[in-house]
Design a protein around this ligand. Structure first.
Ligand SMILES: Cc1ncc(COP(=O)(O)O)c(C=O)c1O
Length: 443
C-alpha cells in the first residue's frame, strides 16, 4: 500500500455511507464517531476505507495499533496460536504464552523488585483490578484520582474517571470513597513547573487529606503519567515524584495508569521512565497486543497477595492475545520504541515550527509519538478554541489524515509506532494546510 494519503471520492464514499446508514439503525448510539471513516484494510500507518480512499492514521484505533495495522509478525503469532488452541481460561488452567508474558512484564514494568501480573481484557478491567487489589491489600477504602482523568467506564472505573460529564451523566450514584484533585497542567499554570507541581501536591496534602479524608483511609492514588483523554497533558516530573513520596509516607499504594501512555508510545517502553517513577501497581492495555483485547495489572509481588478465588476473568489473558502481546513486545524492543522516540522528536520539532506561524496553536507538548496540540483563540488569555479544534479534525480527515481530539480543545497525535519520518512530514504538511483552510495563518 502506498504510504501517502489519497482521497478519491467525496467523504463518505457510497460504500461507506451504506454501512454508516446500517450502523445508525442497529448499533448503540453511545459511540462518538467524529467523522465517517469505514476501514476496509490497512498496512503499517496507512488505512484504506471501503471506497478505496487512503488515509495516514494518527489515531491508531485510539492508541492501540502500536505495531501498525496487522503487522506480519503479530499476524503470524496470532495464527500459530489460534491453530493450536484459542481459549482455555488461564484462571483455571495453565498455558505457556501467558506465563511467558508475565515473565516479560516482570522484567519491563516500571515497578521496583519482584512483579506479578493479573490478566484482564481491557483498560477498564485493569482499573477495576487495581482498585480491588489496593483495597484488599491496604484494608482501606479511599481512592484519590485526578480531574481530567480517564480510567474506564465500568462503575468502579467510572468513579475515578473525571474527563467529560457526559460519561457520568445519568449513571450515578458513583462508587463512594473516591476523591479528585486537580492534575497539574504546566501550560495553564501561571508559574514555573516546580510551582505547578507544588500547587497540585499541596491541594492533596493540605486540602483533600485535611478536609475530606484522613490519609490512613486512603488505599491508593491512581494517576496517568501523561494525562491522555484529558488533553495529552505532560505533568512536571516533580509532581509524580511527589506522589511517590506522599504515598510511601502514608502507606498508600501508587497506581500508575499506563493504558494509553505505555508500550513504547512515548519513546520509552513506559512513560513512567521519563520521570524515574516506580509504582506499586501499573495498569497496561491498548497497545500491548497490537489490537487484540488484553489488559494487565502488574503489581509488586508483595502487594499482589490476594488468595485463589479473590479475582479472575474467564477471557482475561486469552492465549491468542498473549501470543500477540509477546510478538508486540519483541517488535517494540527490536526498534519500534526507538522509532517512536526519533520520529516523535521530528514531529514535535515540526509542530513547533507550525506553532511559530499559526497563532491558533497555543501549546505543543508530548513525548515520543504521544503528542498534544492545544488550540487557543488568544495566546495571552489562552481562551480555548473548541470549534476550531473540531473543524481542524474534519479538515485533516478531508485531506486524508486521521486524528482525534483530546480534552476540550486539543488534538492528539497517536500514530502507530511504525510511522516513518516521511509520513511524519506528510502529517505536518496536512496539518499546515488544514490550519490555513480554517483561516488561522499569521498574515
Ligand atoms: C489512560 C486510560 N485508562 C483506561 C482506559 C480504558 O481502557 P478501555 O477503553 O480499554 O477499557 C483508557 C481508554 O481510553 C485510557 O486512556
Amino acid at each position: 500500500m502506498s504510504s501517502a494519503p489519497d482521497i478519491k471520492t467525496a467523504l463518505p464514499g457510497p460504500k461507506a455511507k451504506a454501512i454508516i446508514d446500517r450502523d445508525a439503525r442497529f448499533v448503540s448510539p453511545s459511540y462518538t464517531r467524529d467523522y465517517p471513516f469505514v476501514i476496509a484494510r490497512g498496512e503499517g500507518a496507512m488505512v484504506e476505507d471501503v471506497d478505496g480512499n487512503r488515509f495516514l492514521d494518527c489515531a491508531a484505533g485510539i492508541a492501540v495499533n502500536s505495531t501498525g495495522v496487522s503487522h506480519p509478525e503479530v499476524v503470524r503469532a496470532i495464527t500459530e496460536q489460534a491453530q493450536k488452541f484459542i481459549h482455555m481460561s488461564g484462571t483455571d488452567f495453565y498455558y505457556e504464552p501467558q506465563v511467558r508474558l508475565a515473565e516479560e512484564l516482570a522484567a519491563i514494568a516500571p515497578i521496583a523488585g519482584n512483579v506479578r501480573t493479573f490478566f484482564a481484557n481491557s483498560g477498564t478491567e485493569t482499573t477495576e483490578a487495581s482498585i480491588k487489589l489496593s483495597r484488599y491489600f491496604t484494608k482501606r477504602q479511599g481512592i484519590i484520582a485526578f480531574l481530567g482523568a480517564f480510567h474506564g467506564r465500568s462503575l468502579g472505573a467510572l468513579a475515578l474517571t473525571a474527563s467529560k460529564s457526559i460519561q457520568r451523566r445519568g449513571f450515578g450514584p458513583m462508587m463512594p470513597g473516591v476523591y479528585h484533585a486537580p492534575y497539574p497542567d504546566p501550560y495553564r499554570f501561571n508559574g514555573s513547573a516546580d510551582a505547578c507541581a507544588a500547587a497540585a501536591l499541596s491541594f492533596i496534602e493540605d486540602q483533600l487529606l485535611v478536609h475530606l479524608v484522613a490519609p490512613d483511609e486512603v488505599a491508593a492514588i491512581v494517576v496517568e503519567p501523561i494525562q491522555g483523554e484529558g488533553g495529552y497533558v505532560v505533568p512536571p516530573a516533580a509532581f509524580l515524584q511527589g506522589l511517590r513520596e506522599l504515598t510511601t509516607e502514608h502507606g498508600m499504594l501508587l497506581v500508575v495508569d499506563e493504558v494509553q501512555s505505555g508500550m513504547g508510545r512515548t519513546g520509552r517502553m513506559f512513560a513512567s521512565e521519563h520521570f524515574d517513577l516506580k509504582a506499586d501497581i501499573v495498569n497496561i492495555a491498548k497497545g500491548i497486543a497490537s489490537g487484540l483485547p488484553l489488559g494487565v495489572t502488574c503489581a509488586r509481588a508483595d502487594v499482589m497477595t490476594w488468595p485463589p478465588g479473590a479475582h479472575a476473568s474467564t477471557f482475561g489473558g486469552n492465549p491468542v492475545s498473549c501470543a500477540a502481546a509477546n510478538a508486540t513486545i519483541k517488535l517494540l524492543k527490536d526498534g519500534l520504541v526507538a522509532n517512536a522516540a526519533t520520529v516523535g522528536a521530528h514531529l514535535l520539532a515540526g509542530l513547533r515550527e507550525l506553532q511559530a506561524r499559526h497563532l491558533l496553536i497555543g501549546d505543543v507538548r508530548g513525548k515520543g509519538l504521544m503528542i498534544g496540540i492545544e488550540l487557543v483563540h488568544d495566546r495571552t488569555t489562552k481562551e480555548r478554541a473548541v470549534e476550531e479544534r473540531n473543524a481542524l479534525v474534519q479538515a485533516m480527515f478531508r485531506r486524508g489524515v486521521l486524528v482525534l481530539g483530546a480534552g476540550k480543545n486539543a488534538i492528539r497525535l497517536a500514530p502507530p509506532l511504525v510511522l516513518s519520518r516521511d509520513q511524519a512530514d506528510q502529517v505536518l504538511r496536512v496539518f499546515d494546510e488544514a490550519l490555513v483552510e480554517i483561516g488561522t495563518a499569521r498574515r
